[in-house]
Design a protein around this ligand. Structure first.
Ligand SMILES: C[S@@+](CC[C@H](N)C(=O)[O-])C[C@H]1O[C@@H](n2cnc3c(N)ncnc32)[C@H](O)[C@@H]1O
Length: 235
């Protein structure tokens, strides 16, 4: 069982997404637990301010250290040791390999930033795995946290029901994992003049497998030739 502790100023936003599809199924199966914590609850004063102006001037507000430290110190002892993830555009880039690493953890604590980001002492205060979901700046860490949760829980044993479907996906393991996935078709056989390739209707498993591999190779060459370079690098 994997336990997530997500520290955020918008727990309702995070919970709304966790109530659907695979993240919900994973929770129902007992493969994962989500614990959401609002670090504003740990802020002092009538206004419970979590942010303040930056020393040295400049635009935007910075997350204060006190409520974040307090909330983390409150949450950490609630279960065993946690892998600590700080969501930041300055972190290492998230990808399927990182999702695989995270899926092996028993517990992950994630801190979602807002505003201009964190007071540097928050970064210095804990042994963070700093993770970015890509080279763009979002308004907060909630969507990155949900991206990581979604990609990770679908790798937990039994969550997809059919283990094969995770292995066949793009970015999985082995040669297949270096290739983008082949095209999928379902009924009807013909839609607005576009037909399902005959080989897929043939029931010939060998031919179907060959066609899928060819298509996956072609897609990867056309769209992401860099993935094939990685393959040669590994040889
Ligand atoms: C507006 S951003 C702050 C960006 C910060 N000023 C910088 O340039 O690094 C607010 C928060 O959103 C989250 N965030 C934004 N983009 C992200 C990304 N690409 N990956 C992970 N977290 C991100 C982080 O938690 C960040 O603290």
């Amino acid at each position: 069982m994997l336990r997530f502790d997500i520290l955020t100023l918008f727990p309702e936003m995070v919970e709304a997404v966790l109530q659907h599809s695979i993240p919900r199924i994973a929770r129902e199966q007992g493969a994962v637990e989500y614990h959401l914590h609002n670090f504003r609850d740990f802020a002092e004063g009538v206004h419970q301010a979590v942010d303040d102006r930056p020393y040295g001037g400049g635009a935007g507000m910075v997350l204060k250290p006190e409520p974040v430290f307090k909330s983390i110190r409150h949450v950490l002892p609630q279960a065993g040791p946690a892998h600590m993830v700080l969501l930041t555009p300055q972190g290492r880039r998230f990808n399927q390999r990182v999702a695989e690493e995270l899926a092996k953890q028993p517990r992950i604590l994630m801190l979602c930033g807002r505003y201009e980001g964190f007071d540097e002492r928050i970064r210095m205060g804990f042994a963070w795995d700093e993770i970015s979901i890509g080279d763009y700046v979002l308004s907060g860490g909630e969507l990155p946290a949900l991206t990581i949760v979604d990609a990770t829980v679908r790798l937990l044993p039994g969550v997809l029901g059919d283990d094969a479907s995770a292995h066949e996906e793009s970015f999985g393991r082995g040669l297949r994992g270096k290739l983008l996935e082949y095209p999928h078709y379902t009924r009807p056989i013909e839609f607005e003049g576009m037909k399902v390739p005959e080989v897929l209707q043939s029931g010939h498993h060998g031919e179907i497998a060959k066609w899928r591999l060819e298509q996956a190779l072609k897609r990867t060459k056309d769209r992401r030739p860099d993935l094939l370079d990685d393959l040669h690098d590994e040889e």
